[in-house]
Write a protein that binds this ligand. Structure first.
Ligand code: CMC
Length: 431
């Protein structure tokens, strides 16, 4: 438990209540309001949880004003440069960087779990060809609880561990197969001699008719995309996973709920929405028209890939992603591509525009990730599934932490009811 350092006093309706204040290792203090209703008979009101901590956590730390993101204390810039995704997975899951032997053992365990139960192919084939791959992922991941019964008992730490490894290992296969199905190509099985990002790229782009060689620069860029998206503390999808898990639901069901939440355009769906927006803008001369719309209060249009609930200075992931984008586009020789021209000009204008500067709206991670993924050959519909497969380790680490937390309770927010007070039923002929 974080240290209690002080007490806050709340006076309301003639009552005074003392509330403990906790100081976490870093970051602002938190007022403990758990006994507020019992002692003062009032609730707090905080839509969107902008001032509410839902748990204690040791996994990820964000300082939105300073543009800092740490996984288990290590900065995202350093991890993106020196580490790689599976090592980051180990770090997030177990709290420390692995030694060489631990890393080898972990990589072997993940590699040995990448295949899917053969009967699950029937599940994929049950979807319409034009189903969005996120819809397929929500369904298939939820269905894993019907295929892997030996890792659904959440009270057994070993089963929780196996479920975690299974999900990290199988998610690239699921995402790649959702893609293959949508384009009418045969499923490509995983290969144990390839590393995690290369295996995913091969399962997406190989066909039985010819060999597919993974370009190491693209594999490295994919690894970085995965690393940068691996966790982001209590965002909407992670909170969804925790909330679903708080009722004791099995881990596959919880991650499926997280995928559903991630799909929304304000969250993981933003990378797809951003690229579609860039295409809709089409040419540099049309940018001012869209900037004008983004500023117009009566127009629901927002510049996708800009702004963040927590980062109000810059998104540290965007910085690394921008470097990666330059590298990949250089390699593929697509710097002159029209969408990219629009992206660069939009970024330049928005960073200078008074509206965006004063509201602290900067390009976020999704602004650049979509550009890289498109250059790699992914259709926009695959952008969010790639975010989902990268975030799986974060979701499962947070879920494991929650299950082991002695303060964990079923999530059950309260409400301020503003509907009709109790009234008598009126027979239909009298309405
Ligand atoms: N374009 C235009 N105006 C914006 C934008 C934008 N992208 N984002 C925020 N604003 C304005 C907003 O209209 C509001 O103005 P006012 O104060 O005059 O009412 C002000 O900025 C604050 O916005 P907010 O909606 O209160 O901020 P929020 O913290 O609730 O929203 C956000 C954060 C990410 C949902 C929002 O910035 C947004 O919708 N961005 C576009 C979608 C996007 O790129 N999402 C990806 C986030 S990064 C990946 C992830 O974590 O999933």
């Amino acid at each position: 438990m974080a240290e209690t350092t002080a007490k806050a006093t709340l006076s309301i309706h003639g009552k005074t209540v003392e509330l403990p204040v906790y100081s976490p290792k870093v970051g602002p203090d938190g007022v403990d309001i758990r006994k507020l209703y019992a002692e003062a008979g009032v609730f707090t009101y905080d839509p969107g949880f902008t001032s509410t901590a839902s748990c204690e956590s040791t996994i990820t730390y964000i300082d939105g004003d300073a543009g800092v993101l740490l996984y288990r204390g290590y900065s995202i810039d350093e991890l993106a440069e020196k580490s790689h995704f599976l090592e980051v997975c180990y770090l997030l899951l177990y709290g420390e960087l692995p030694n060489a032997e631990q890393l080898e053992d972990f990589e072997l365990r993940v590699t040995r779990h990448t295949m899917l139960h053969e009967q699950m192919q029937g599940f994929f084939r049950g979807f319409r060809r034009d189903a969005h791959p996120m819809a397929v992922m929500v369904g298939v991941v939820g269905a894993m609880s019907a295929f892997y019964h030996d890792s659904t008992d959440i009270s057994d730490p070993w089963q929780r561990e196996v479920a975690a490894i299974r999900m990290i290992a199988k998610m690239p296969t699921i995402a790649a197969w959702a893609y293959k199905y949508s384009i009418g190509q045969p499923f490509v099985y995983p290969r144990n001699d390839l590393d995690y990002p290369s295996n995913f790229l091969r399962m997406c782009f190989a066909v039985p008719a010819e060999d597919y060689e993974v370009n190491p620069i693209l594999a490295r860029a994919m690894d970085r995309i995965m690393t940068l998206h691996a966790d982001h503390e209590q965002n909407a999808s992670t909170s969804t996973v925790r909330l679903a898990g708080s009722s004791g639901a099995n881990p596959f069901a919880c991650i499926s709920a997280g995928i559903a939440c991630l799909w929304g355009p304000a969250h993981g769906g933003a990378n797809q929405a951003c690229l579609e927006m860039l295409r809709e803008i089409g040419t540099v001369d049309r940018i001012p028209e869209f900037i004008k719309r983004a500023k117009d209060k009566d127009d629901p249009f927002r510049l996708m890939g800009f702004g963040h609930r927590v980062y109000k200075n810059f998104d540290p992931r965007a910085k690394v992603m921008k470097e990666s984008a330059d590298e990949v586009l250089g390699l593929l020789g697509v710097e002159d591509n029209e969408t990219l021209q629009v992206a660069k000009e939009l970024e330049r204008i928005a960073l200078e525009d008074e509206y965006f500067v004063s509201k602290k709206l900067y390009p976020n991670v999704d602004f650049y990730s979509g550009i890289i993924l498109e250059a790699m050959g992914f259709p926009t519909s695959m952008f969010t599934p790639i975010f989902a497969l990268s975030r799986t380790v974060g979701w499962i680490s947070q879920w494991k932490e929650m299950i082991a937390d002695p303060n964990q309770k079923i999530g059950r927010p309260r409400q301020l009811y503003i509907g009709a007070p109790q009234r008598p039923y009126v027979e239909v002929e009298h309405r």
